[in-house]
Design a binder for this molecule. Structure first.
Ligand code: GLY
Length: 226
């Protein structure tokens, strides 16, 4: 048995919940691991008081992600001064994550929604991990939302709203890497299944869906989103 005592926003709202345990290997994120649920998770918001700003922002990106995939109200809170409500916000994210994991512990369906913005993994790798996870996920969410909008998969205006919220929080919305670079790195990601990859696209704010595409279509998505 083990307990998780997460001390960052990112780990409190996401990685401490759901039993994914993994390590980076051969330059790839979380390549080797196993599912093993903690017996208990203890989140103490006092531990967040001394976080460096960039570390705090990594978690803010995860909260925005959580709002985008499941909770419009949570997303809207991130457009205002959320710092006073941080405990409620963390609790809302934990509730959503627990529900998602309870319905799909082993990541075969619904849990993949949590991969929204995970083109960010390619951004992390291309930057040699100088761009940290939440910052990369922010850019990844913008890329995939803009692409989804361009391809008519979601209502227009969503990518502007997302971009505005991300920027307001102090997170990045673009990177210097080319579509081709991101495409090649994404193809080597563990989440690829044969000749297809499952993208997570928003239909509207507060609701994302799984969208399977052929690997050779992925380049078009990245190009449209950059
Ligand atoms: N951090 C994504 C997941 O737990 O599935």
């Amino acid at each position: 048995d083990f307990y998780n005592i997460p001390t960052t926003v990112l780990s409190q709202v996401d990685s401490s919940i759901g039993g994914k345990t993994a390590v980076d290997f051969m330059g790839y994120k979380n390549l080797v691991g196993a599912f093993c649920q903690p017996s208990m998770v203890i989140c103490d918001s006092n531990t967040l008081k001394t976080l460096p700003n960039d570390t705090l922002l990594d978690g803010v990106a995860e909260v925005i992600k959580c709002g985008m995939i499941r909770d419009n109200e949570l997303f809207e809170k991130m457009g205002g001064d959320f710092s006073k409500n941080i405990e409620d916000i963390i609790a809302a994210c934990i509730t959503i994550k627990s529900q998602v994991v309870a319905s799909d512990e082993f990541d075969r369906g619904e849990r993949q929604l949590l991969n929204f913005g995970h083109i960010g993994h390619a951004i992390e790798k291309c930057s040699n991990f100088s761009i940290t996870h939440g910052h990369a996920v922010s850019i990844g969410m913008v890329i995939i939302t803009k692409a989804a909008e361009g391809l008519g998969l979601c209502k227009s205006g969503i990518s502007d709203t997302l971009r505005h919220t991300i920027q307001k929080c102090g997170l990045p919305i673009s990177c210097k890497f080319s579509a081709d670079e991101l495409y090649r790195v994404t193809l080597s990601d563990k989440k690829r299944a044969g000749d297809s990859v499952t993208l997570i696209v928003p239909e509207k704010i507060g609701n994302c869906v799984l969208h399977k595409v052929k690997t050779d279509e992925l380049l078009e998505y990245i190009e449209k989103g950059l």
